[in-house]
Design a protein around this ligand. Structure first.
Ligand code: ZN
Length: 282
């Protein structure tokens, strides 16, 4: 199953077309895309037997974030060996470094992003997990039962703010407006042959800069959720950014940063793509 946020309304994607959920359910489920995660199991049961009317074509420019107002956004750093190496950090052993992307940075999949003046703005494609059932102290074996679905995310990062000062400022450097595009929709785990082995790729102006597979995660989705939920309860509708593979601008020689006019396209196999165009601050 795929669900989307089309013009701020929850939509079911059927054969590539969008069906308005509030209308198709006669008001049983609200139009608010964030509200569905509070009733995720009930919604899944309804969607499985629903006979929705034919939908409307999806204009990517009208898509919003599939979970636009989570209570928590949890992001893992250094979760791929090759990226930890290019960043010059040791590999995490029991818990990856964890930070947040503040909620005001969330957007939908097709956007224009203002570059912070004087910054070193970088890309990080990531698989993003959306929580469907509250997860507190869950085991890795049962962790997937708490997942509503998967979406594509970009953990856009301004490296000067992130790394300057006596202690790194991961959360702040990764939370400028528009720095957390997600989408194009949410895909439920059962829709994948293997949700633990998805290809990720991102390009800048058509040139491939990152390519990896989620099977190379140091902490897989289930391990990550188990470890995070040993400390914090993960709530319905929360986002978990799972980390990025190698190929970010910080790790290149010479280093490379996003510039006005650049276009970043981020794709995950079986989900879809994000498309960001960068502009100078005026
Ligand atoms: Zn990241």
């Amino acid at each position: 199953m795929r669900i989307a946020n089309l013009s701020g309304r929850l939509a079911l994607i059927v054969d590539g077309r969008a069906v308005d959920v509030e209308e198709a359910s006669d008001g049983r489920f609200a139009a608010d895309p964030q509200a569905v995660y509070e009733r995720w199991e009930e919604f899944r049961r309804w969607a499985a037997q629903a006979r929705p009317p034919e939908g409307v074509p999806v204009d990517p420019a009208l898509l919003g974030a599939p979970a636009p107002a989570p209570r928590q956004i949890v992001a893992a750093g250094l979760n791929y060996r090759d990226h930890a190496a290019e960043s010059g950090f040791a590999l995490p052993d029991t818990m990856p470094p964890v930070f947040t992307k503040f909620a005001t940075s969330i957007t939908g999949p097709v956007t224009e992003v203002v570059l912070p003046p004087g910054g070193h703005t970088d890309w990080e494609i990531e698989l993003v997990v959306v929580i469907g059932v509250r997860a507190h102290r869950v085991s890795a074996e049962t962790a997937w039962d708490h997942v509503a679905g998967l979406t594509v995310g970009q953990d856009i990062s301004e490296r000067i703010t992130q790394l300057e000062g006596p202690s790194p400022q991961f959360s702040l450097g990764k939370s400028f407006p528009g720095f957390a595009p997600t989408g194009p929709w949410l895909v439920t785990p059962d829709a994948f042959d293997d949700p633990d082995d998805l290809g990720l790729r991102c390009t800048v102006n058509g040139e491939e800069v990152q390519k990896g597979r989620t099977s190379d995660l140091i902490f897989s989705v289930s391990e990550l959720l188990a470890r995070l939920s040993s400390v914090i309860p993960l709530l319905p509708g929360d986002l978990v950014f799972t980390g990025t593979p190698a190929g970010v601008g910080l790790g290149r020689d010479p280093q490379r940063w996003l510039a006005p006019g650049d276009e970043l396209v981020s794709t995950i196999e079986g989900i879809g793509e994000l498309r960001q165009r960068f502009v100078a601050q005026t």
